[in-house]
Write a protein that binds this ligand. Structure first.
Ligand SMILES: [Zn+2]
Ligand SMILES: [Zn+2]
Length: 143
């Protein structure tokens, strides 16, 4: 966790910002979470964070490349640590309740994708740098 906060601090400095107590609390909450969090979910974990400043601070953290906004199937923005901080993973998105969970990337799937990406490079000249995979469906509670 110290490493993540050190990285966050350095990236904020790069864009002329500081790692304030509130921003550190946001990074800390996201680092502990099992998946991307909405602002109301963050505030359940950190009741001391004001709603308005939480949004503003998340935008600053996003601009600094520390957090990433996940687009789901409902109207809520969800936030997670940037992938170079959190590690590579995919998402399970429930189309009924909107819940978003992280799921580890399996080695077999990553190998298949690497082979597919190499084929795409041969046929189109496009070089894949990374990928994002969201599986959309029904969570256990909704199915
Ligand atoms: Zn659901
Ligand atoms: Zn993957």
């Amino acid at each position: 966790m110290g490493d993540v906060l050190d990285t966050a601090s350095a990236r904020l400095r790069d864009v002329g910002q500081r790692l304030t107590t509130s921003r550190a609390a946001l990074v800390d909450a996201l680092a502990d979470a099992p998946g991307p969090l909405t602002i109301p979910a963050i505030r359940e974990l950190r009741p001391d964070l004001a709603q308005s400043s939480a949004y503003r601070n998340l935008v600053v953290l996003e601009e600094a490349g520390i957090v990433h906004r996940v687009i789901g199937t409902d109207d809520f923005a969800r936030w997670e640590l940037a992938e170079d901080l959190a590690g590579h993973h995919h998402h399970l998105i429930c189309s009924k309740c909107g819940r978003v969970d992280d799921v580890p990337a399996s080695a077999g799937l990553e190998r298949s994708l690497a082979a597919a990406a190499a084929e795409i490079t041969r046929t189109t000249g496009f070089t894949t740098q990374h990928h994002r995979i969201d599986l959309v469906g029904l969570c256990r509670d909704c199915s």
